[in-house]
Design a protein around this ligand. Structure first.
Ligand code: ZN
Length: 145
């Protein structure tokens, strides 16, 4: 079990470096919002952010506010650290969360032991500030149906 307020596997991890295409994603997370890129022309949601729509020729994107709810689509548990930063952190789980709105994102769960994770488990986002620039979107078991 991990507590998002305590040092855990996030303490030493390499952090994302925002780029122009995804800066709004990181800006939203800093203020406690999970926003996903949406094509203005065809309403397709896409993640990770890209300059062009995958479904149409559109290149105008907006940042749609997500509910923060979803379910575990898949996961893998790491027992053998491949990076020294994770030496004392195993086992830990990396999950793919399918958001209620459809897009999938890679994340970690907090407060759920790896052996307790189940495919289809309802989860909700929790915002984990790591630096002034980076807040990570992690997930926990949903507290309401
Ligand atoms: Zn489109």
């Amino acid at each position: 079990m991990t507590n998002p307020c305590e040092p855990n596997i996030l303490g030493e991890r390499l952090l994302p470096v925002p780029e122009p295409d995804n800066q709004p994603f990181w800006d939203a997370l800093r203020v406690g919002e999970l926003r996903i890129q949406r094509c203005v022309d065809c309403d397709t949601l896409q993640h990770p952010p890209q300059p062009m729509c995958p479904r149409c020729p559109g290149s105008t994107q907006e940042w749609a506010l997500m509910s923060g709810r979803g379910e575990v689509y898949s996961y893998v548990v790491t027992h053998q650290p491949t990076n020294p930063a994770f030496r004392d952190k195993t086992p830990f789980a990396t999950v793919i969360v399918e958001l209620a709105e459809g897009p999938r994102m890679v994340s970690n769960l907090v407060d759920v032991a790896p052996e307790a994770i189940e495919i289809g488990m309802p989860v909700e986002v929790v915002f984990h500030p790591v630096t002034e620039e980076i807040t990570l979107p992690l997930f926990r078991r949903a507290t309401s149906p």
